[in-house]
Write a protein that binds this ligand. Structure first.
Ligand code: MN
Length: 282
């Protein structure tokens, strides 16, 4: 299934170029978010709902709805640095990217966190805050956790995945800590919807690409990841419990470059769809 959030926090099922309205979900009060995102917690019951019932609501043209982040309230957003060797090489060769961040081994660098407040959906768009400094696009496979777990062994890791999205890890370049530079409002784009894990038998073989204003910039396959999805889940959960709705950004391939106000980014991952994201100056 492909499940989106659209317009004023409606839950929808994407079927071809239509969105079927599945209703809305009561969001959990602050303080309980750690236990899980409401949509992700409801996912199994949505999947178990007979198709005839899921088609009962009104439906809309996909192109006419406002796509929000499919996960509204992740307990945390985890992200992988230096997870594609060709990106490591390009970053190491470019002083404007590396800025003294010289660790090139993900096992030693570890993972970092992006602030939840940076999360937005494709229709919300990116608002660049520091136009005098360099800000880059980074397209990434994003993993949404469905079942809580800690110290998860790699062999069981994919059982904890609810589904997959396209992620944009928008990045201010500079000397500050990664978490600070990558946590600016709108700098974590998730969309266009969540594709449930049963539709993605091998997350380690997905084509991903990003075009900027129609020009191809990043073209890669997730098989190039140093740590694949299962390894990332094992690595992350060795340090902290993963909860339903937690998101893991799995790292970006080579081809990163600066964005500017007026840009349109088109991101696509095979089987997960495509999304268009506008860039403006804040
Ligand atoms: Mn990244």
């Amino acid at each position: 299934m492909k499940i989106c959030r659209f317009n004023d926090n409606r839950v929808g099922e994407v079927v071809g170029d239509r969105v079927f309205d599945l209703g809305s979900l009561a969001e959990r009060p602050p303080g309980l978010v750690r236990e899980g995102d409401a949509l992700i917690l409801a996912l199994e019951s949505l999947k178990a709902t007979p198709e005839a019932e899921r088609r009962r609501g009104p439906d809309y043209a996909l192109a006419a709805v406002t796509l929000r982040s499919p996960v509204a309230a992740p307990g945390k957003m985890v992200a992988a640095p230096v997870n594609y060797l060709k990106h490591v090489a390009e970053a190491s060769a470019d002083p404007a990217v590396v800025h003294g961040h010289t660790q090139t081994d993900i096992g030693l660098a570890g993972l970092f966190l992006k602030a939840n407040s940076s999360l937005c959906g494709p229709s919300d768009g990116v608002r660049v805050r520091f136009p005098a400094r360099r800000t880059d696009y980074e397209v990434e496979l994003a993993v949404v956790i469905g079942a809580a777990g800690t110290a998860i062994p790699i062999e069981r890791a994919l059982e904890h995945v609810a589904g997959y999205c396209i992620g944009l890890d928008i990045t201010l370049r500079g000397p500050e800590d990664r978490s600070f530079r990558k946590s600016i409002d709108t700098y974590s784009v998730l969309g266009p919807w969540i594709t449930t894990a049963d539709e993605v038998p091998n997350p380690g073989d997905l084509d991903l690409r990003l075009d900027q204003n129609g020009v191809p910039r990043q073209v890669a396959n997730t098989r190039e990841m140093v740590y694949g999805v299962a390894k990332l889940i094992e690595f992350a959960s060795a340090f902290f419990t993963l909860h339903p709705g937690d998101v893991i950004f799995t790292g970006t391939p080579d081809g990163v470059g600066p964005i500017h106000g007026g840009d349109v980014l088109r991101a696509e991952i095979s089987g997960l769809g495509e999304m268009h994201v506008r860039v403006e100056y804040a």
